[in-house]
Design a protein around this ligand. Sequence first.
Ligand SMILES: CC(C)(COP(=O)(O)OP(=O)(O)OC[C@H]1O[C@@H](n2cnc3c(N)ncnc32)[C@H](O)[C@@H]1OP(=O)(O)O)[C@@H](O)C(=O)NCCC(=O)NCCS
Length: 127
Amino acid sequence: MINKVNSSDLKELFKDYKLDYIISNNEYVQYYAYKIDNKYIAFLCFMNISEEVEIIDAFVLEKYRRNNIMTSLFNYLFKNEKYTKIFLEVSEENIGAINLYNKLGFKVISVRKGYYNGIDAYVMEKK
Ligand SMILES: CC(C)(COP(=O)(O)OP(=O)(O)OC[C@H]1O[C@@H](n2cnc3c(N)ncnc32)[C@H](O)[C@@H]1OP(=O)(O)O)[C@@H](O)C(=O)NCCC(=O)NCCS
């Protein structure tokens, strides 16, 4: 159900995500994706550079949310990536995502003031 995929495998899912989603060609950018009935319905995008993982994006199609799908994708990453630290950044208004990250053991380590058009962003870390 969970696989490492290429961005080209997720073209359809990206359409549901953000119309302006730009597929990064950076060689470090990687994707884990969750498939149901032969269709990708969620992805976790990240880089792992020198054993420091940076989460770039996390998305689950709306109708599949609150079924532990993103939790499974993170657990898959914890198991399969070699890392010393994992970082991510989240808007202070994204309460659902913050709850998820807290549950997964991430802690706020700094605040980027006004980062999203005046809205603060939290930088969170898990060791
Ligand atoms: C944030 C997101 C990835 C969560 O995915 P998900 O598969 O629904 O998350 P899970 O089911 O694994 O959630 C696990 C726990 O996180 C918390 N959580 C997740 N979504 C939540 C919400 N909308 N409100 C409150 N708590 C939430 C809950 O504690 C949940 O456990 P519970 O359902 O038993 O209460 C998904 O809502 C999404 O794609 N949102 C739009 C994109 C986005 O905001 N991405 C994050 C960018 S930083």
